[in-house]
Design a protein around this ligand. Structure first.
Ligand code: SF4
Length: 101
């Protein structure tokens, strides 16, 4: 997506230290990178993300890093693309996104 507004200007920067406290920190990465057939249903990652206290930091970082793959804060790549589009076009703001978590 090419819009005039950089994603870094509409999504806060939480740095990286929060990752070490994340419940997924020592989990196998494949829990968060399900096969296409899994479509983000019933994965261990999905369940862990559901109760994670760091979803906000996680989603912000995934959006800022423009993660093209994987599950972050219970969002699929398509979901994040939709959120990024809304943020960049100004049809939603960061408060709207946080209210969805
Ligand atoms: S929300 Fe992010 S930090 Fe939390 S468990 Fe899921 S992938 Fe890890």
């Amino acid at each position: 997506m090419t819009l005039d507004v950089p994603i870094h200007s509409v999504v806060p920067d939480f740095g990286t230290d929060w990752k070490y406290a994340a419940p997924c920190f020592q989990m196998p990465a494949d829990a968060f990178y399900p096969d296409e057939g899994d479509r983000y249903n019933s994965t261990a990652g999905w369940d862990v993300c559901g109760t994670c206290p760091l979803k906000l930091e996680c989603l912000a970082t995934a959006l800022r890093d423009e993660e093209q793959f994987g599950l972050f804060a219970q969002t699929s790549p398509d979901h994040r693309k939709m959120l990024a589009t809304g943020l960049l076009r100004g049809t939603m703001n960061w408060t709207d996104v946080t209210n969805m978590l």
